[in-house]
Design a binder for this molecule. Structure first.
Ligand SMILES: Nc1nc2c(ncn2[C@@H]2O[C@H](COP(=O)(O)OP(=O)(O)OP(=O)(O)O)[C@@H](O)[C@H]2O)c(=O)[nH]1
Ligand SMILES: [Mg+2]
Length: 295
């Protein structure tokens, strides 16, 4: 593996964040790959402590190989768009030549970035990342895109915030692989965890299903970060053992095909309906339809 070309990667990600439908359609169709970066997503309400958690996890996991930390449009005025939480010493991470951190915005709304997230994460594979940690905020379109694009989705909740109810309403609860009741040094964390566990065990679970664990975590308790790191590994191992990773790749291909068609259709209707079947989209369709056939 050659040294990370930060300039080239930065340029590529900026291009993809603002890419047109045609530019997105020109990105290659990829078969499942053993060498693809493990993708771990973190979502939750503004201020839930996602960036702080990511920073600590990055410190813990950076030694394993090339690690990317991406944040989609962190727009909270409190954090000022910081990728790492305010308690992380950036210099601890900055010296690591195999660590890459970057926040992503798009010229559209932050929801617009949902269109490009798949291609952005694919680009990380081209730069030989071992793992990518992705932070998204809120419960918009980006959350649904993130669910499809990451292997492991961690939902970060704050105690006594009404986050559980909000997440339930938005359907995020069903999407999460791991629940983190964060800021567990604050009151109400244990009760919240118990409530979530109760909700989770209500649903029917087939043998061999992944039952999402509920963890308490706090930036002030290093052992809680290690525990989360281990659970992420356990979920990744489960994906490999059950073949779920392959199913996931098929779902991603389906999602990409649908998004490209929707975007292109909307564009064509707005301009010139006959242009819908122009290259390069049409050329890609045959390849992509092949890709979504289950092996
Ligand atoms: N008490 C307590 N505060 C925490 C903990 N982790 C983070 N915080 C604080 O919570 C605030 C928000 O932390 P961030 O990590 O920026 O939260 P975020 O979810 O990334 O926020 P946005 O990106 O703005 O949505 C900061 O002031 C942190 O210091 C924790 O474990 N306990
Ligand atoms: Mg943040």
């Amino acid at each position: 593996v050659t040294a990370l070309d930060r300039r080239a990667l930065g340029l590529r990600l900026s291009q993809l964040a603002n890419a047109s439908v045609n530019e997105l359609a020109r990105q290659p169709v990829r078969p499942p790959s053993e060498s693809a970066a493990r993708r771990v997503g973190f979502t939750g309400a503004p201020g839930a402590g996602k960036s702080t958690l990511l920073g600590h996890l990055a410190l813990e996991r950076a030694a394993r190989g090339r690690l990317g930390v991406l944040a989609v449009d962190p727009s909270s005025p409190r954090s000022g768009g910081a990728i790492l939480g305010d308690r992380i010493r950036v210099d601890e991470l900055a010296g690591n030549s195999e660590l890459y951190m970057r926040s992503l915005g798009s010229r559209r709304t932050s929801d617009g970035l949902a269109d490009n997230l798949g291609e952005i994460l694919d680009a990380m594979d081209d730069f030989s990342f071992t793992e990518v940690l992705l932070e998204t905020v809120g419960v918009g379109q980006v959350e649904y895109a993130a669910r499809v694009q990451v292997d492991t989705l961690v939902l970060v909740l704050m105690p006594e915030s009404g986050d559980t109810v909000q997440a339930m309403k938005a359907g995020i609860l069903e999407m999460a692989d791991i629940f983190v009741v964060n800021k567990a040094d604050l009151a109400g964390a244990q009760k919240m965890a118990t409530d979530i566990k109760r909700v989770m065990t209500l649903g029917a679970h087939a043998r061999g299903d992944w039952l999402p664990p509920v963890l308490l975590a706090s930036a002030r308790r290093p052992e809680s970060i290690s525990a989360l790191s281990e659970v992420i590994d356990a979920h990744q191992a489960w994906l490999d053992d059950t073949g779920a990773r392959i199913t996931m790749h098929v779902q991603r291909s389906r999602y990409r095909l649908r998004r490209l068609l929707e975007m292109r259709l909307a564009e064509s209707i707005a301009r010139e309906p006959a242009a819908f079947f122009d290259a390069p989209l049409a050329q890609q369709l045959a390849l992509m339809i092949e890709q979504i056939r289950m092996p």
